[in-house]
Design a protein around this ligand. Structure first.
Ligand SMILES: [Cu+2]
Length: 298
């Protein structure tokens, strides 16, 4: 069960034993800070796109409708599926979806439970870096061991027309081809607009992290040690799960970390690259930053 309040789940309908989903690739206007909007790309009006939840063995039909001004495709990142469904039209026998057309990606979920992603694999420089990505989570039907199950996707954007050191309200275009990103998001929002992770004392918490951007992000938790439970959707054998407080999430990677809540407070959980924990190099904490929040039990 994914309970991150800012993660939107993609609904599905079941017909003849097949789960039908629909993703619409389209321009979206995303509020990354109060009053600061970016003209980006997303799915179904969302950035990141809605999270797809499935179970091992599911047969899925994911209709991708293209409402962009150029062709697109969707790659099911980390999933072991037929070549035609893998979504890399320049290389594979997988179609380019022209504007105002759709394609039905059909496959059986053969991977074990784990955290994966989906993203455009056409003109990735523009489309992926404009936000065309989302989560694809294979749920373990037997798992009841977590009290909280959070999912955070990491993104970075270059907002055009803002000198370093300036944040102001408005609607901004982005340059997906930039290298000097100035705003860094968790689930499409910058701190302090990110969603806090609320927990209670003595809970087991899993946080799933995914990155389809340009930069690696060392994500650091204060006040606790965590175990690295899974990498790229593959569960790590128990004896090999490193105890850490920082995990480097490189582009294309997912990690699941878990910890026990045994130290009440308001705890930062953030990328440790200083530029990434600010909004356009301004002084207050910002960017790829959120908090784990809980109080002492009465
Ligand atoms: Cu970072």
């Amino acid at each position: 069960m994914i309970i991150t309040p800012d993660v939107i789940l993609l609904p599905c309908t079941v017909k003849n034993g097949v789960k039908h989903f629909e993703l619409v690739a389209e321009p979206v206007r995303r509020e990354i800070l109060p009053g600061v909007f970016i003209n980006a790309l997303g799915y179904n009006g969302c950035l990141p796109g809605p999270t797809i939840l499935v179970y091992p063995g599911d047969c899925v039909n994911i209709r991708v409708v293209n409402r962009l001004s150029e062709g697109t495709s969707v790659h099911w990142h980390g999933l072991d599926i037929p070549n035609r469904m893998d979504g890399v039209p320049e290389i594979e026998p997988s179609p380019l979806i022209e504007p105002n057309h759709y394609f039905d990606y059909r496959f059986k979920v053969t991977n074990p439970p784990g955290t994966h992603m989906y993203h455009s694999h056409y003109d990735a420089v523009t489309q992926e870096m404009s936000g065309l990505s989302g989560g694809f989570i294979i749920v373990d039907p037997k798992s009841t061991q977590f009290d909280r199950d959070y999912f955070i996707m990491l993104h970075e954007f270059h907002l055009i027309g803002l000198e370093p050191g300036v944040v102001k309200k408005g609607i901004f275009d982005i340059n997906p081809r930039a290298h000097d990103f100035n705003f860094f998001t968790m689930n499409g929002r910058c701190f302090p607009f990110t969603t806090p992770l609320h927990v209670k004392q003595n809970e087991r918490v899993r946080i799933r992290l995914g990155n389809v951007g340009m930069s690696a992000h060392p994500i650091h938790l204060h006040g606790h040690q965590f175990r690295v439970r899974a990498a790229d959707g593959n569960t790590i054998p128990k004896q090999n799960r490193l105890k850490r407080n920082t995990i480097l999430v490189a582009p294309g990677e997912t990690y699941d970390i878990e910890f026990k809540t045994n130290n009440p407070g308001i705890w930062p959980f953030h990328c440790h690259i200083p530029h990434h924990m600010s909004n356009n190099l301004t002084k207050p904490a910002g960017g790829m930053f959120t908090t784990v929040v809980y109080q002492e039990e009465d």
